[in-house]
Ligand binder design. Structure first.
Ligand SMILES: [Zn+2]
Length: 132
């Protein structure tokens, strides 16, 4: 797996070479196969292209912000799972993480592991969310 730079600097130096995936919220790099289409590429992978950003994903972002505003402390994103219908919302846990990554890219929140800010694109395992 490729090494990731800290998300902040990667995002700020975002240029022709990197983009933010509109679905999973990860930073991804230019690949030769996108030579002719790079300008219109919005998703990092086929999976993300099929699993498009939906209106309710925007609702997830809003719910995360609302919860963070009401708690005023780092939260475990699984708290949100109870507030959505997991049956009708496939891969709810992953979609919450995706929403969190997009919020990081928007500069609204931090993703933490063991109390430290981590790179949103590569963090694995349990995470906590905190308002910036
Ligand atoms: Zn993606």
């Amino acid at each position: 797996m490729a090494a990731h730079k800290p998300s902040k600097s990667t995002f700020q130096s975002s240029n022709q070479e990197t983009k933010l995936c509109a679905s999973c919220g990860r930073i991804f790099g230019y690949q030769k196969r996108w030579e002719k289409t790079w300008e219109s590429v919005r998703y990092c992978s086929k999976g993300c292209r099929q699993d498009k950003f939906e209106k309710r994903d925007a609702n997830l972002e809003e719910s995360i912000l609302n919860l963070l505003n009401s708690k005023q402390q780092p939260i475990d994103p699984s708290l949100l799972e109870a507030t959505f219908d997991a049956e009708s919302f496939k891969n709810l846990r992953e979609r919450i993480r995706r929403a969190a990554r997009r919020l990081v890219a928007q500069g609204k929140i931090d993703i933490l592991q063991k109390g430290r800010v981590v790179d949103a694109s590569s963090a694995k395992g349990p995470i906590e969310l905190r308002l910036k």
